[in-house]
Design a protein around this ligand. Sequence first.
Ligand code: HEM
Length: 481
Amino acid sequence: MIVLYIIRRPRIGKNEPPLVPYTIPILGHTFNYLFNIRKFIKECKKQYGECFSIYIFGEVVTVLSRDSLTEVFKSPDDFDFTSATNEFFPLKSLLPYNADVDIKFHAKTTREQISGKLDTNIGIIRKYLVRGIDEWIGDCNEPKTIHSAWYLVNRIIALPIANILVGEEAASHEDLVKSLGDLAFDLGPLLIIPPILFFIHKKLHELVITLPLRFGWNPVSRHREVVVNRLKPIVEKRLKEKDELGDNYKPYNDLFEYYMNRPDFDNTKPNNLHLHVDNLFAITFAAINTTSKAAVDALYDLAGRPEILDELYEEALIIDKECNGQVTVADVQKMVKLDSFVKESLRHSGNIIFLPHYVISKGYTFSNGLTIPGRRKIILYTEDMLKAKENFGEDAEDFKPFRFVNTNSPATKVDRSYIVFGGGKHACPGRFFAINETKMFLHKLILKYRVSTKSGKIEDKIYIGPLTSPSQSGIVFENRI
Ligand code: HEM
């Protein structure tokens, strides 16, 4: 303990943000971080200002609010998100076949092949959301209560995404869709293991959580097996068609076809299919759980506020009549009240501090004059920005569903204050897809059901350290007459 105390003792340089004092050596602020984060961080900011450092899991982490937070997004050469997340979540060990693939590849693919093809794919999104809702929520002539709705919403949201990623033929296999949908849920436990071993050495945490992987246990393996087995015959069929039809071959409109047309696709090489399936998993991981969380949070927000349901229903009815149920991207854009509601729901996602980054340059000096050294971990006080009165008005703390109507500020628009999709060069390229799917899901749901919470109250989210998970209480679905 003494050796640990000496080697892990925080050293704060000149002109750095202040280190919040703590009483228990080694442990520092870890307890507050895990169990009392909202109050703790709020008080730290009040006392120590915009930027301050806390001591958690054996390291100094600098917390940035408002203006300094914005500088992180503007300086991608100084701050890196991927290396900070890999520390908790060793995606490279979980997806070993594409370990060399850069995040830039997935960002470009998302931008061009997923968000960029919304107009073409909106019909698929519509068709499979309706199918998922009919199949898994179904007829609610008698009120039906669903608890822990995230899992169910995740299944529904995964269905159109699977169809867009691998095409309708492959996605007709239930086990494949289930594997893509379950992937992030199965990896979730790895994410919430507190990095206790960071107290000794950072690498030790990674070593221990990847130990089972070294002995052959990998939560991704069984999903990979399902997806490879389902895709293999489809790849062979497409290659045969290409061979036979030559220039007359009509490419399929899914992401896997895009992978198949890349120079690194070579079905004769061992494990080449595995590489592309791992690429698919990386996109799946970024796309499905995030979108389903946005959708289920919005669903709980809606169910707890019956007064807004009728207003959204009126809007949905008008648009539905205009397009006869065949909603296009232009129709989704017309859902301005729903857009504002989804944006407000995302603003209230409740994460307190989020998006850790490492300083990857030699050091960084903020415009307020404070300096942080290279290799320092920073974390963004996102709640502070998303609830700032300067940006959202005196009632910034309140949930006002139609706050953004007539403000020319759609849910997809990333700006200085609305940072749920990050910001700058690395702002989420999948946000156009995610918002369109979430809105389409809620639109179809509002037309079909009355929803309410079983308790009749607005349900609180569950906190896991500084991050939230959707409520697990019951939601009641009832057919509209
Ligand atoms: C509501 C749903 C979503 C939320 C809240 C969300 C949030 C985020 C955030 C906060 C980042 C980090 C941004 C930064 O570093 O500044 C990010 C990055 C990313 N997201 Fe999303 N995301 C969502 C949906 C999606 C979807 C549907 C896809 C793919 C289809 C996707 C693909 C990506 C990719 C590839 C990156 C990395 C971008 C880069 O590093 O350049 N996301 N997302």
